[in-house]
Ligand binder design. Structure first.
Ligand code: GUN
Length: 282
């Protein structure tokens, strides 16, 4: 039997609708909208699309957005000064600096000036550290979206064997920690992992966040597994994930499509982080 397709677009729409209710209630209480500041430095094509989508989502969720579009030539000092101003700006509950920054900037150094309680992306060391310690914090959006998608299947995460392929700071590592927090037994795989297939074949939950088309083939997937595809690979045939969707769906129990799976959830969880940050600052 073919896998059930997890509809990320629909689940993201439900989350945004619930954030909108929170944002409207916030407006009633505070007399101002929740606010997100978005900073884009330079002309990177995909970044411009992502920023446009984030601003559109704010509008859908009754959240005010403050967009700062800065030239490629912007200095690190100018950007750090802007971050300090946004930290002090009462209208701004959360902010994000769209990555990648131009090559002349030290990304981690610049981000370190964001107040942790306004860190919409959950990228800061303090927030990543709190996730590791199991403390409440603003967590990275894509990993939170992945957990929501898994939970939408109705299956319990507790006690499952979960395998995460990819160890990035913004997806692989925090996803593994969130799965662990939900009592899965977690294995992390990466470019140096030997015998990947032997490991993935044991996964009740398989998350691939590598960026390599057709990395996960049907012979690597346990029958009935939940398969979450975080890959975003663009070529002349359009957008595809890491998973050989057509064949894996004949083995898996649940599977996310690309596009329409994890992608829309990242923006929805960003909206939830803004709401969380705004309510924590009340
Ligand atoms: N660039 C690619 N993905 C992201 C993201 O989730 N947040 C930010 N700030 N930049 C990105």
């Amino acid at each position: 039997m073919s896998a059930e397709i997890i509809n990320g677009k629909m689940i993201a729409a439900q989350i945004k609708a619930s954030v909108r209710q929170e944002a409207e209630a916030f407006y009633q209480r505070k007399g101002r909208k929740m606010g997100l500041a978005v900073v884009l430095v330079g002309e990177d094509g995909p970044s411009q699309i992502y920023v446009k989508n984030k601003i559109a989502a704010c509008e859908q969720c009754f959240i005010e957005s403050f967009a700062y579009r800065l030239p490629e030539s912007t200095t690190e000092d100018f950007l750090i000064d802007l971050i300090k101003k946004m930290n002090a700006d009462e209208r701004i509950d959360a902010m994000l600096i769209q990555l990648p920054l131009p090559a002349h900037m030290r990304q981690n150094h610049v981000l370190s000036f964001i107040s942790p309680e306004k860190d919409a992306d959950g990228f800061l060391a303090v927030n990543a550290g709190n996730l590791m310690l199991g403390n409440p914090s603003l967590n990275a959006c894509t990993p939170c979206g992945i957990i929501e998608l898994i939970q939408s299947t109705g299956r319990k995460i507790s006690g499952t064997s979960a395998v995460v392929v990819g160890r990035s700071n913004i997806v692989g590592k925090p996803t593994a920690l969130l799965l662990l927090e939900n009592d899965a037994t977690v294995t992390m795989c990466h470019s140096k992992t030997k015998h990947l297939k032997e490991i993935t074949l044991h996964a009740d939950i398989l998350v691939s966040a590598v960026g390599k088309k057709n990395l996960i083939t049907a012979d690597m997937v346990k029958k009935g597994a939940i398969v979450i595809d975080v890959g975003m690979n663009r070529d002349e045939r359009g957008l595809s994930g890491d998973v050989d969707f057509e064949n894996v769906k004949e083995v898996a129990g649940y599977i996310t499509p690309v596009p329409g799976g994890v992608g829309p959830m990242t923006v929805a969880m960003l909206m939830r982080n803004i709401s969380k940050a705004a309510q924590l600052r009340e």
